[in-house]
Design a protein around this ligand. Structure first.
Ligand code: AMP
Ligand code: MG
Length: 410
């Protein structure tokens, strides 16, 4: 049994980054950028109007008001997409719509609401004194040309998609999706939707793994529940080692009589880096490598395998895709946390803000078979080994489940 930190650094030593591929912007959501996104032009690209109104020379509106309107000669109608090359002379103005280029000579926009309105007449009355620069979006005021807008390693969300599209990126380079094989073992496992016979239980772990894989941005290309049978295991695993970047098992790596997974890994020439980690839940955690494939043998108990995936596999997948590291948080305990004398302790938990501070409490159900303990959780809480409870007011490390936000206390 090795300490968590040692296990982490062993895995770190085996990590590598997958290559990249070009995808259409609309297919880039939730992928990890493999390039910097750079502004190829300033934004705005040219001075333009922030309002539907009249482009004026501000000085021409001096002293105008509702009670004392000024009259300007209307010389052009300029819309977004149809710039005009006129130059306003003294006493002239142009109708200028939102997004339209500001004509030469103009230095302010008067909103249409502050005028006698749009018309085909040759003049317009202005009811408001304009100041120079009013309602004009200046060239480059948001972004300068050449600025790095989004760094390589960023996960693409609607904000990144919007920015890429704004700057003309129709395609982007993203990290390839890690190819994953997931499998469960156990004669007792039945797929949900079927009837259980005595002694059987539903396979839930692979459903959790598949959902997690999808959310982190990996692709499950092999998935199976395998009976506790060496031959079936052997043939699934030899194919998985050939085709996949990551192989993840649930169950069958403990001390049970029918826990063959580790043996079969060995038969297939997998190099075992470790098999047991001083953590609870999930002490029997296997990590091995076969050529460039990383192999994780997670325990079968549903909470152990779920937490195991989040703690050990999720960050590995992110690193392989070059994702910028997500830091763990520190919160203050609102309820005691059961530390363990000899093992790093993980529990599902709830984290929320109170007076601007992050506070947390562990899930009330602590058994590693109790999958419903995840329903009330929005984070994982963890503590290194130690004697006795961590009590209210002490600090604790929290990792928010990436698809959830900070909740309310319940
Ligand atoms: P094992 O690691 O194979 O000894 O399994 C430990 C516990 O987890 C046993 O109670 C198994 O029935 C249960 N288990 C194993 N695999 C799964 C699975 N895919 N879904 C739900 N429970 C499982
Ligand atoms: Mg089993």
């Amino acid at each position: 049994m090795i300490p968590v930190q040692e296990a982490k650094s062993i895995i770190q030593g085996e990590l590598y980054q997958l290559g990249s591929e070009i995808v259409q912007l609309n297919d880039a959501g939730n992928r990890i950028l493999a390039q910097d996104i750079v502004a190829t032009f300033p934004s705005p690209q040219f001075d333009n109007s922030a309002m539907d109104g009249f482009a004026v020379r501000a000085a021409d509106t001096n002293g105008t008001s509702k009670g004392n309107p000024g009259t300007l000669k209307m010389v052009s109608v300029i819309s977004a997409g149809s710039p005009s090359d006129i130059t306003l002379k003294i006493g002239e103005c142009a109708q200028c719509m939102t997004g339209a280029k500001i004509p030469n000579g103009a230095d302010a926009i008067v909103m249409v609401e502050d005028s006698s309105g749009f018309s085909d007449l040759e003049s317009v009355q202005i009811f408001l004194e304009a100041t120079s620069g009013k309602h004009i979006r200046k060239k480059g005021e948001e972004i300068k040309e050449g600025e790095v807008l989004i760094s390589k390693g960023t996960c693409i969300t609607p904000s990144e998609i919007g920015t890429c599209a704004t700057f003309g990126y129709g395609k982007v380079s993203v990290a390839k999706k890690p190819k994953i094989a997931i499998f469960g073992t156990g004669d007792e496992l039945i797929e949900p939707g079927n009837e259980l016979k005595p002694g059987e239980i539903y396979n839930s772990n692979l459903y959790v793994f598949a959902e997690l894989a999808e959310r982190v941005g990996a692709e499950v290309i092999m998935r199976n529940v395998i009976k506790d049978d060496r031959n079936a295991l052997h043939s699934f695993l030899s194919e998985a080692l050939e085709k996949c970047d990551i192989v993840i098992s649930s169950g069958g790596v403990s001390m049970g009589r029918f826990d063959y997974v580790r043996d079969v890994f060995m038969e297939l020439g997998v190099h075992e880096h470790f098999w047991k980690v001083a953590q609870k839940p999930g002490k029997p955690l296997f990590f091995g490598t076969g050529n460039s494939t990383l192999i994780f043998g997670l325990p079968g108990n549903p909470v152990s395998s779920y937490i195991g995936f989040m703690e050990w596999v999720w960050p590995v997948l992110e690193t392989m895709m070059g994702k910028t590291e997500t830091k763990k948080l520190t919160g203050i305990l609102k309820k005691p946390f059961p530390r363990d004398k000899s093992k790093h302790r993980f529990l599902f938990g709830k984290a929320w803000l109170e007076d601007g501070k992050l506070v947390c409490k562990p899930s009330t159900k602590t058994g590693s078979h109790m999958i419903t303990s995840s329903l009330e959780a929005n984070c994982l809480l963890e503590s290194p080994l130690g004697d006795g409870l961590l009590v209210e007011g002490q600090s604790i490390t929290a990792s928010l489940l990436p698809w959830l936000s900070l909740g309310q206390e319940r």
